[in-house]
Design a protein around this ligand. Structure first.
Ligand code: MG
Ligand code: MG
Length: 304
């Protein structure tokens, strides 16, 4: 698409994608966070983020993808984040970029297994204690944080219930902040208010989310995608990039089901129930499969 009519069509499509990925079956009041984020940028959130990514992903460009949220008492990574990161990494690869996962040792087996299902070859780095060296090494065009713990106002990291998980977290806040200082595109994807990126709408998190003032992330990103489930936010980015590039970047419901099974097999747990089930945020697999199907269909609608 090109020209004003094409741009209007793209914006309409991105509104539909945003609408789809802000379903809130968990009843978290996520729509209020979405509205706050949208008010800041004045348009669809996936559109703003996809614009940055589309500009950044030149041939060979490195895109650092952070994910992984530890869930006590097992302290395993949750099923929200790694599937989104893996499918997004495949999209980066298909667009000619180089995806690099930035994950802790608990999350690495999960993203490795998911990347294997998708046939994505991505390097893995650990979140650094000081970010300069990794940024010098990777020289990324973009840093994308998908469901990663964001530092709260008192310096701790919190679950949605307010539990202090600071000892479990290898933070990516400083990596994101220094990348932004260096002019690198930064994108945060979150669903509750305690994730990297949500610092941009911190007051809304305090107002609309239970224990919001305690859990709210203070870390901002250049673009923020607010979703009902963070995986869906990453899938929405893929759909928006697919519409821009005329490429097939989304996955199918069958693949979604497989990804959730494989994530659990590699050690991930549902972040709400803490159980080793192929569910995300307490929401069963059929809902995720259907959301994926609609996003895929929307991404193709501009080509038909
Ligand atoms: Mg979350
Ligand atoms: Mg979530």
């Amino acid at each position: 698409m090109d020209g004003t009519a094409g741009r209007r069509g793209l914006s309409t499509l991105e509104d539909a994608i945003d609408h789809q990925l802000t379903l809130d079956p968990g009843g978290r009041n996520g729509r209020a966070l979405y509205d706050a984020a949208r008010h800041r940028v004045g348009g669809p959130l996936v559109g703003r983020a996809a614009d940055c990514l589309h500009d950044a992903i030149e041939p060979g460009a490195v895109v650092a993808i952070a994910t992984g949220f530890p869930i006590p008492p097992s302290n395993r990574p949750e099923t929200d984040g790694p599937p989104g990161a893996a499918v997004f990494a495949r999209a980066v690869d298909r667009l000619g970029g180089q995806p690099v996962f930035v994950v802790d040792e608990r999350t690495e087996p999960v993203v490795d297994a998911l990347a294997g299902v998708l046939g994505v070859d991505a390097a893995v780095e650990r979140p650094p204690s000081t970010p300069g060296g990794l940024l010098d090494h990777l020289d990324p065009a973009a840093v994308v944080a998908i469901e990663t713990p964001g530092r709260s106002a008192d310096g701790t990291y919190r679950t949605m219930t307010g539990e202090d998980i600071t000892p479990l977290v290898t933070p990516v806040d400083d990596l994101v902040a220094e990348a932004a200082d260096r002019g690198v595109s930064t994108i945060g994807v979150g669903d509750g208010g305690n994730e990297v990126g949500m610092g941009a709408i911190r007051s809304a998190v305090g107002t609309h989310i239970e224990s919001g003032e305690t859990i709210a992330s203070t870390t901002e990103t250049g673009s923020l995608v607010v979703a009902g489930v963070s995986n869906w936010g990453a899938y929405g980015l893929n759909a928006a990039l697919a519409a821009r590039t005329d490429r097939s970047l989304c996955h199918t419901p069958a693949v979604e089901g497989r990804l959730l099974e494989v994530a659990v097999g590699a050690g991930a747990v549902d972040g709400v129930t803490g159980r080793s089930t192929p569910s995300v945020d307490g929401i069963g697999r059929p809902v995720h499969e259907r959301v994926v199907g609609v996003l895929d269909a929307l991404s193709r609608s501009t080509r038909e």
